[in-house]
Design a protein around this ligand. Structure first.
Ligand SMILES: NC(=O)C[C@H](N)C(=O)O
Length: 490
């Protein structure tokens, strides 16, 4: 049995029926991480001893038929900007290289109630800023489909780990596309939930009005299961929404006949030919399932990237002010006075992309520039939301590519950050508007690299997204082909 490529659902069943022991599962995953991850770089920390100890405890409980929890014995990996009590959490930054949190993020508390096993913490772009995972202070991540290519970012470690069979599921975070873009590049399923669906308590803040935690999995049902577990309002995050249902699996297999789906022409126009043709094929799949797919126009698409980078950098400059060398984290040595301590700590502790964002954010928030940039970006945010809401008042979903192109060569965009920023054009609108959006595998290009299909839904209507995504996955059945192809032969 190929334990590493079973779905989470099947794995959970096999553990519950005592076909496999939690320790066998955990050992199989750890073994794969040990042999293959040195080539990929997805883990920043493997929690080996603790994971094995935990799994053996679960073995005993399995033997005693005491198997509470929907994730009993299931291994998981967590993006390293989500705090884990007593487990080093770095945000892939020198600033937090030795930071051991004293509490668990709310999503961790929710997961732990279901008895999974934490295998470790996953690599990312420093403080989640980037789209290729090359901005990690520790090491870059490589795409398991082709190790010369980027895995995407910022949740590149999470996406690569799931694609490579190192974990059946991972958590990522998405501020402008950081779950969906790497999911698309690595041929997996990544969901950015509605803003307010999942608590951000314990997520190291990048841009608080945009950040969302979400699941990354190899198939749609597993994804819905994890979101059901981590969703819910929470007193520690006042932006979470009370009283919304988080039941996605009971409606996931509904017939989608008559579902109305919009394809914005601006989303397809900017994509490469191979991505375009894959999305047009997806359109045909939806039509064959009885959905009505129509072209629409989202005229404000051209403003998305500028509004996103101005707002996210402004918020980042405020959020990252706390890293001053005094409270916690890295502290520079050999300083003369307080001013010097701040300057040296921040110069040495942050990488160049993080500094770029702090500088940009501080600039646009400063007197004289606030109205011209920050305020205008906020107005654009409202206009973009109106534009999208208008379409979603007539359609159930918006579909299009997740990214304009497939994963590119490592190093190829490092000298041109703007080029990398432009990759967020199709994903950042869901962050600006707070809408939920998923990326699912739609096909492969000639070189065998995955292409992602994005479905965007109405606020708090993840159920419709999962329903449409699952029907597509069943019809196309690509994930079976995907698991065979990724890391060919390994
Ligand atoms: N965190 C994200 O969603 C990443 C986005 N590409 C950015 O660099 O801001």
């Amino acid at each position: 049995m190929d334990i590493n490529h079973l779905s989470l659902e099947t794995l959970a069943e096999k553990i519950k029926s005592k076909d496999i022991k939690p320790s066998e599962v955990v050992e199989a995953y750890l073994e794969r991480i040990k042999t293959i991850d040195p080539e990929i770089g997805s883990f920043l920390l493997v929690n080996e001893e603790e994971a094995l100890r935990n799994a053996r405890e679960l073995d005993e409980r399995q033997a005693a038929d005491d198997m509470e929890g929907e994730l009993f014995g299931i291994p998981m990996g967590i993006k390293d900007n989500i705090v884990t009590k007593d487990v080093v959490t770095t945000a892939a930054s020198r600033m937090l290289e030795d930071f051991v949190p004293i509490y668990d993020a709310t999503v961790m508390e929710k997961l732990y109630k279901e008895n999974p096993v934490l295998l470790g913490k996953l690599n990312l772009d420093e403080f989640a800023m980037g789209g290729s995972n090359e901005n990690s202070y520790f090491k870059e991540v490589k795409n398991p489909w082709n190790t010369k290519k980027v895995p995407g970012g910022s949740s590149g470690g999470s996406a690569a780990a799931v694609a490579a069979g190192f974990v059946p599921f991972a958590l990522g975070s998405d501020t402008g596309g950081s779950i969906r873009q790497p999911a698309s590049y690595c041929g997996i399923v990544g969901m950015k939930p509605t803003y307010g669906r999942v608590s951000r308590y314990g997520l190291i803040a990048f841009a608080s009005s945009l950040d969302c935690i979400g699941p990354m999995t190899r198939n749609v049902r597993d994804n819905a299961k994890i979101l059901e577990i981590i969703a819910g309002s929470n007193l520690k995050d006042s932006t979470t929404m009370p009283d919304v249902s988080s039941d996605f699996l009971s409606t996931i297999d509904r017939d989608i006949k008559g579902m109305k789906i919009a394809i914005p022409k601006e989303f397809v126009d900017g994509a490469t030919d191979e991505v375009k043709s894959s999305i047009l094929k997806a359109k045909e799949v939806y039509e064959s399932l009885g959905a009505v797919v129509e072209e629409v126009s989202l005229k404000k698409t051209k403003y998305i990237v500028s509004a996103y980078f101005i707002i996210s950098s402004s918020e980042a400059s405020a959020n990252l002010a706390r890293f001053d060398g005094i409270r916690y984290g890295y502290q520079a040595e050999g300083v003369d006075n307080l001013e010097d301590l701040y300057r040296k700590t921040r110069s040495e502790g942050f990488g160049s992309e993080v500094k770029r964002r702090i500088l940009l954010g501080t600039f646009v928030l400063s007197a004289g520039h606030f109205d011209a940039h920050y305020l205008r970006a906020q107005k654009l945010r409202t206009i973009i939301t109106q534009d999208m809401n208008e379409v979603l008042s007539e359609y159930d979903l918006i579909m299009g590519p997740t990214t304009p192109s497939v994963a590119y060569d490592l190093g190829s965009k490092l000298d041109n950050p703007l080029d990398m920023y432009l990759d967020d054009v199709l994903t950042a609108s869901s962050n600006l508007t707070g809408m939920p959006a998923i990326s699912i595998p739609a096909g492969l290009n000639k070189e065998g690299m995955p292409i992602g299909l994005q479905l965007i839904g109405k606020h708090f209507d993840e159920a419709t997204i999962y329903n449409a995504a699952y029907q597509f996955e069943k019809k196309v059945n690509l994930h079976e082909a995907l698991k065979a192809l990724s890391l060919e032969g390994k």
